[in-house]
Design a protein around this ligand. Structure first.
Ligand code: ZN
Length: 338
């Protein structure tokens, strides 16, 4: 009997070695530990044994049952592990190159705006924002452009209501800031979208401007020129030269268009600068006393300068783009060049 039960252990061990599936392992369990399994059957024969052998045999049989149970448990764990690693091997090949995600990048206009604002904030200007839907007072009246003024025709306007417009320029932020802050020094750079009824290769109904305003006691034309000289060098490099030409804007007096030396031809004359060696880049001037009065400041006590520039225009010059519409079409082949 003793030999028989050890034989069962050996058999079970050998059977489990061959069992490679969950079903095969379960079959071994039933064959040995099931109700009619080999271990159960042999335990039933205990009744026919002499009293003196029963105890020892019982102990042995229980040991064998526990051992087979443990072996089944181990075989089952091993099988699960094998299955899991086979699955992982199949689904993940760590030697393959990964699926890279393309990195996002700034739109060329956002890039240009950021560079300009960085230059201005480094010169002590604070960034100020204003609404894009603007009252006639801030967009025109306070900027010295009364209703019958011909300058209104220079900026073809989208009207939302008789006195409400989509702002045609960032200049209304000047008025809003002066009225809100009251006490000079006032030193702001105001970026944002502006709207005009206008569309061709260099004009878009929506475009971006940055406005500069500096108001304090004794601000002079020399301050304006000094600020612009430093700014142009920061954006276009050390060798960039500038010149000012007399011009007219209703909200500045005197007013000046600002040109910079043509970087494409080194001032020898090319298509970009139309042979002149100079490129117009922005408008500027001393804040008109009427504008200061409209913003409740005293032109006898304070003075200031203002500068306005088109972000698209500067980006087109800097990157050599000849059609403004490329900026808005969201064509990746165009955008990914910047
Ligand atoms: Zn040129």
């Amino acid at each position: 009997m003793q030999g028989e039960i050890e034989g069962i252990l050996g058999e079970a061990q050998a059977a489990l070695k061959k069992a490679k599936t969950h079903e095969a392992i379960e079959a071994v369990r039933v064959e040995y530990l099931g109700k009619k399994g080999k271990v159960s059957l042999i335990l039933k024969t205990m009744g026919q044994m002499p009293e003196s052998d029963r105890r020892e045999f019982g102990l042995k049989a229980n040991q064998v049952r526990d051992l087979i149970d443990k072996m089944l448990e181990e075989a089952s764990n091993t099988f699960q592990q094998v299955q899991r690693s086979a699955f992982l091997e199949e689904s993940i090949d760590v030697s393959l190159p990964g699926n890279g995600r393309p990195m996002g990048f700034e739109h060329p206009l956002a890039q240009m705006s950021r560079e300009l604002l960085e230059a201005f904030t480094s010169l002590g200007f604070e960034i100020a924002h204003g609404p894009e839907i603007e009252h006639d007072f801030y967009n025109f009246e306070a900027l010295n452009i009364p209703k019958d003024h011909p300058a209104r025709e220079m900026q073809d306007t989208f009207y939302i209501a008789p006195e409400v417009v989509l702002r045609t320029q960032t200049s209304p932020v000047q008025i809003r800031t002066m009225i809100a802050q009251r006490e000079p020094p006032i030193r702001i750079a105001s970026p944002g979208r502006v709207y005009r009824r206008d569309q061709d290769v260099t004009h878009s109904p929506i475009f971006h401007q940055i406005e500069l305003l500096y108001v304090d006691r004794n601000v002079s034309f020399a301050d304006l020129k000094g600020t612009l000289t430093i700014f142009i060098e920061q954006i276009f490099g050390k060798g960039a030269k500038m010149r000012m030409r007399p011009s007219y804007f209703p909200f500045t007096e005197p007013s000046a268009e600002v040109d910079m030396s043509c970087f494409a031809c080194d001032q020898k004359g090319c298509r970009l600068c139309k042979g002149s060696g100079w490129i117009e880049i922005l408008g500027s001037g001393m804040v008109d006393p009427e504008v200061l009065k409209a913003a409740q400041l005293d032109p006898e006590k304070v003075s200031g300068f203002a500068v306005g520039m088109g972000v698209e225009r500067l980006a087109m010059l800097k990157y050599g783009i000849n059609d403004i519409r490329y900026f808005y079409e969201n064509e990746l082949r165009f955008l990914s060049q910047f």
